[in-house]
Design a protein around this ligand. Sequence first.
Ligand SMILES: *Cc1c(COP(=O)(O)O)cnc(C)c1O
Length: 374
Amino acid sequence: MAVNYQSLAVKGVQALSPYQPGKPIEELARELGLNPAEIIKLASNENPLGPSKLALAAARKALDELCLYPDGNGFDLKQALANRFGVAMNQITLGNGSNDVLEVIARCFADSDSEVVFSQYAFAVYPIVTQAIGARGIAVPAKEWGHDLDAMSAAITERTKLVFVANPNNPTGTVHRADAIEAFLDRVPEQVLVVLDEAYCEYLTGEEYPDGIKLLGRYPNLIVCRTFSKAWGLAALRVGYSLSSPEIADVLNRVRQPFNVDSVALAAATAVLNDEAYLNRSREVNTAGLRQLADGFDRMGLPYIPSAGNFIAVEVGERAAGIYQSLLAHGVIVRPVAGYGMPRHLRVSVGLPEENERFLDALAQSLVAAGQGG
Ligand SMILES: *Cc1c(COP(=O)(O)O)cnc(C)c1O
């Protein structure tokens, strides 16, 4: 009798649906016979500036040593991060993207007896890593699209091992102020770890927003995750990291793969930390682009969720799936978020001014085609 090999997968994995990434440019070009050069992708919160010149030069130089294993400890990058943030190198855990770190955290601290708390409409990776290890995910209903931090702390039980908090959150762009995050951390029992995912923190300007790194000393149960994929513009290279107590970092470093960040990625990430001008430019382009998109949505009468990230979720209504398809036909890739339980929204990443304009034009035409335009 034939074996059903899928049924041999562990329980959590059997019921798992894979993460759905933004559609790659080449794929759309193949599907619709379009010229890849004429397609714009505003679907994965990538940096529209292209990579930093300093990062590129360092990456090219690292190519000469491709036959050697990378530095499994990532010494140079850890040293650069430690200097930048005033932490010790033994507080840092490097990952193949911060996704990798998120998964390692779940595997180190939760198992099939555990509960893991996160918010409705939060980053899709939290429920995926939770389910993959057979733990029980507790999705706490959101409040005005953002994390309901009171309800999240109230959802903690004796079984809760981890709480994931994305600040700002993806895909909604909502953000909590420092006072709210600190009040939340004060309520979480110290044996429950809080993962504060700050993938978009570089875009935050203003004293009122928290810097998780400054909270590490006060909250030994805190793990702060960050990434080089967004404001630092290195999404292809897959580099992220967490900052925590040395004790927690020691645990994470036992489980992560020994060479999880490759040499080219290590070199580029180390170099880009010296490119403050690039980071500033990323912020400026983002701030202007968010305004441009919001103005466009206002003109079209479309509601949107005010965003602190490098993307914005716009409510296009019940025909969102058709509008997404219509945008594709215009060579514009955005992100459907029905999988996040937001079937009326589309998420669009902030592009360069001309890309934002092209998206807004295509959106206006798609709305008319869908019978919703004004
Ligand atoms: C993009 C993103 C990440 C980062 O992913 P990488 O693996 O570092 O590329 C982490 N968390 C959230 C909420 C994100 O949106």
